[in-house]
Design a protein around this ligand. Structure first.
Ligand SMILES: Nc1nc2c(ncn2[C@@H]2O[C@H](COP(=O)(O)OP(=O)(O)O)[C@@H](O)[C@H]2O)c(=O)[nH]1
Ligand SMILES: [Mg+2]
Length: 349
């Protein structure tokens, strides 16, 4: 029996490396998550998988063996890992569709799922028909892209908080929403900011509030946030701005949870369309410690690969509410439309 350690940026990648060398009959003995030091700084997370392979061991035994093999919490079961790989039996046309998904930054597992869904919906004789595959892929992608229903206002304030990493455009998006809902849709809008770490952050929102003519409360504590909401109870829509901070900052998340504890706020996770796929997962695993009700994707104008839209919506298990397309306030924002986003992601046939 041979035993060896394999590494990867994700569990799946480490397991894939293991499978490549040891084949399908390898058994996973142990999995760990590691951080390495680079130039005196903490480097990116790595996953280590220790696998064993016995030449006398036959696949017929695999299921029995696999179920007794140690598998860590959070690791994908063996079968599912296999499901995340493109099928070598796919026709060239299907392979090229898969490659297209990868090129627009849709993660591998999700791309495989999409292709499998497409194939399951088409009779085998159409599996080489590019046009039919393409149409089906557009439909499947649009079907997966959940978008939220437009807001309805019923006399009690709808409280909406924007959370997410620094610099993604939370404050700008709040200004866009505030201007559109107050000036265009004629709703009573109020603003609160709990982003008090930098004076500039408060000033930024204050400027917008003054231009649009809206009340703004600055909350330095959870109690002040509740007071601010109470003062704005005549409003249709209360928009709450929060501090960015790095997605790695656990303290920040604990603080946010503390602020929103006991408040009926709709939490919108804001992510930039320019975010790398790997970072999307990281951001969601951290901000996902808060309940995410909706997703807003910003900076569509700054990328040409739009996979983040589907990736975020799938991983956050939340519908997309809005997308933003530039720095202009209030014009560069749109209500999310699944069909249009699917076309944007996939591009032209
Ligand atoms: N290109 C582009 N820039 C944007 C968009 N939304 C926001 N920004 C810019 O991103 C920068 C950071 O925005 P800000 O609202 O301060 O981000 P926050 O830290 O999340 O509050 C600013 O320069 C904004 O003008 C967008 O949709 N497209
Ligand atoms: Mg801000």
């Amino acid at each position: 029996m041979r035993v060896k350690k394999f590494t990867g940026r994700t569990i799946q990648e480490a397991v894939e490396n293991l499978r490549q060398e040891f084949g399908r009959d390898a058994v996973i003995l142990h999995t760990t998550q590691k951080r390495r030091w680079f130039w005196g700084r903490i480097g990116p997370k790595r996953y280590e998988v220790v696998g064993a392979y016995d030449a006398n061991y036959r696949s017929a035994n695999r299921n029995a063996r696999a179920s007794t093999a140690a598998r860590p919490v959070g690791a994908e079961p063996e079968q599912e890992v296999a499901d995340y790989r493109p099928d070598p039996a796919w026709s060239e046309t299907v392979q090229s569709l898969y490659s297209r998904l990868i090129r627009v930054d849709i993660p591998k597992d999700l791309s495989v799922q999409l292709i499998k869904e497409v194939l399951s919906q088409l009779p085998k004789e159409d599996w080489n028909n590019k046009a039919k595959l393409w149409n089906q892929l557009t439909a499947v992608t649009a079907g997966r892209l959940k978008t939220s229903e437009p807001w309805e206002f019923d006399g009690t304030p709808r409280i909406v908080a924007l959370i997410g990493p620094t610099g993604v455009g939370k404050t700008t998006t709040i200004a866009k929403l505030a201007a559109n809902f107050s000036l265009v849709a004629d709703r009573k809008v109020g603003l609160i900011t709990v982003d008090t770490y930098r004076i500039a952050a408060v000033e930024q929102l204050k400027t917008y509030a003054e231009i649009i003519g809206l009340p703004l409360h600055v909350a330095y504590s959870p109690r002040e946030l509740k007071e601010g909401i109470a003062k704005l109870r005549d409003r249709d829509l209360i928009l709450i701005d929060t501090a960015g901070r790095s997605q790695n900052n656990q303290l920040h998340i604990a603080e946010l949870r503390n602020f929103f504890d006991g408040i009926e706020a709709e939490m919108h996770l804001v992510i930039s369309a320019t975010t790398k796929p790997r970072d999307v997962d990281q951001i969601i695993s951290v901000f996902g410690q808060l309940p995410i009700d909706r997703v807003i994707i910003t900076k569509l104008d700054e990328t040409s690969a739009y996979g983040v839209l589907l990736h975020t919506c799938e991983r956050a298990k939340a519908p997309i509410a809005f997308v933003t397309t530039g720095q202009g306030v209030p014009e560069d924002i749109e209500v999310a439309d699944g069909q249009r986003i699917a076309q944007l992601i996939l591009g032209d046939a």
